[in-house]
Write a protein that binds this ligand. Structure first.
Ligand SMILES: Nc1ncnc2c1ncn2[C@@H]1O[C@H](COP(=O)(O)OP(=O)(O)OP(=O)(O)O)[C@@H](O)[C@H]1O
Ligand SMILES: [Mg+2]
Length: 373
């Protein structure tokens, strides 16, 4: 339910020169909620944001902010009348205005003293005290991005739109600025839509993630729902790497190297893809937390390579499956012998050594194989 400062998008369609890029799009963001729009390049994320901001005339549907209609075909409110702040991909501060001028840009109606204290307060919150008289070109990319955020938040918008606001930053700065932005938005209880194509960024920031694909909403849910209960193969693969095998449902289950994996709601004879997260493979001797459900099968696997990635280790293995059991998927039986396993912490078994591996069935997803067209 959307209350006083929520954002509602109903039945949005958008086409550029007759090419539809947003279709059947509906989304309600609750007051104070942060929703991440996540999807691959070109799926329409920026277009959705531009429609909400009023930078693109609405062709179909309706957009309301805090219960007030701001966009309807032929009746679009201009961007400045919507109570929506935004920071777009290219960010662009005004080069001819100093930092105070940039942050104060949306505060023209405020009295001078109040305005100055608001600007200083905003700059302090993004850890840029003392920068009021600096010029944009004197700031680093990360500092400019923080100024852009301060500028968008200064007029206290009810709704804020952020389009890949951290994309230009290196990894460390990115997580620092992202963390600051998240705390700022949450402490002000701003309703926010944040665009990203980085699943980890979405999981870090979002109350809910809306996964987009080719202009449509593919799935919406909490980060853990999206990650652990993906609604489609597309979502499962987009959210993180998977090992994939082909199979056919037989007696309510599908054959995997680890044994029969039960499938819910798929008819016998259906061709399916089984997607298995690298962390679903449980290695004997590695610390992998508590497995509440008994893993299935225990297989021998030969280590091809092991790499430390920081917080986790990444192990390439070759499963030693029963030679009478072949998977005849596309690319032949060999395509399934190379598996990726993710283990927390440092776990670097020697190349050529053997491991015992079992499967946590909760992190294996079964979807109908796409019908070839
Ligand atoms: N002004 C425009 N005129 C014509 N086509 C456009 C215009 N803007 C975007 N498009 C097209 O619309 C589609 C969606 O673009 P959009 O910018 O919304 O994608 P996106 O999800 O934000 O991608 P990215 O992650 O690369 O920023 C793309 O195919 C793009 O080429
Ligand atoms: Mg974009």
């Amino acid at each position: 339910m959307t209350g006083p400062a929520g954002l509602d998008l109903t039945d949005i369609h958008h086409a550029y020169d007759g090419n539809p890029v947003v279709r059947d799009f509906a989304l309600a963001v609750a007051p104070g909620e942060l929703v991440c729009l996540l999807g691959p390049s070109g799926c329409g994320k920026t277009t959705v944001l531009r429609l909400v901001a009023g930078l693109e005339p609405l062709q179909r549907g309706r957009i309301t902010v805090a219960g007030r209609v701001v966009g309807e075909p032929g009746r679009d409110l201009p961007p400045e009348a919507r109570g929506v702040g935004f920071v777009f991909q290219d960010m662009a501060l005004f080069p001819h205005l100093d930092i105070a001028g940039n942050v104060g840009y949306g505060l023209r109606k405020m009295a001078t003293a109040a305005k100055r204290s608001r600007i200083e307060g905003m700059l302090s919150r993004v850890h840029l005290d003392g920068y009021t008289r600096a010029w944009p070109h004197q700031l680093s990319g990360g500092q400019q991005q923080r100024v852009a955020l301060a500028r968008a938040l200064a007029p206290a918008p009810r709704v804020i739109l952020l389009d890949e606001p951290f994309s230009g930053l290196d990894t460390r700065l990115r997580s620092a600025v992202r963390d600051e932005a998240l705390h700022l938005l949450k402490s002000d209880q701003v309703t926010a839509m944040v665009v990203t194509h980085d699943p980890e960024e979405a999981m870090f920031m979002a109350d809910r993630i809306a996964v987009m694909r080719e202009g449509r909403l593919e799935q919406i849910g909490s980060p853990s729902e999206i990650y652990t209960q993906p609604a489609s193969e597309f979502v499962a693969e987009f959210m993180g790497e998977v090992n994939r095998i082909d199979g056919v449902v037989q007696g309510g289950a599908v054959r995997t190297p680890f044994g029969m994996l039960p499938v819910n709601g798929h008819a016998d004879g259906l061709a399916v893809h089984v997607l298995i997260r690298p962390e679903a493979l449980k290695v004997n001797g590695a610390e992998q937390g508590i497995v509440s459900e008994p893993p299935i099968g225990v297989l021998s696997a030969r280590v091809l390579a092991a790499r430390l990635l920081g917080r986790t280790s990444w192990v390439h293995v070759c499963l030693q499956t029963d030679p009478t059991h072949r998977h005849d998927g596309p690319g032949g039986p060999e395509t399934h012998s190379h598996w990726h396993v993710r283990v927390p912490g440092q776990f670097l078994p020697a190349e050529g050594s053997d491991l015992q591996i079992a499967l946590d069935p909760r992190q294996a997803f079964v979807f109908p194989a796409p019908v070839p067209t």
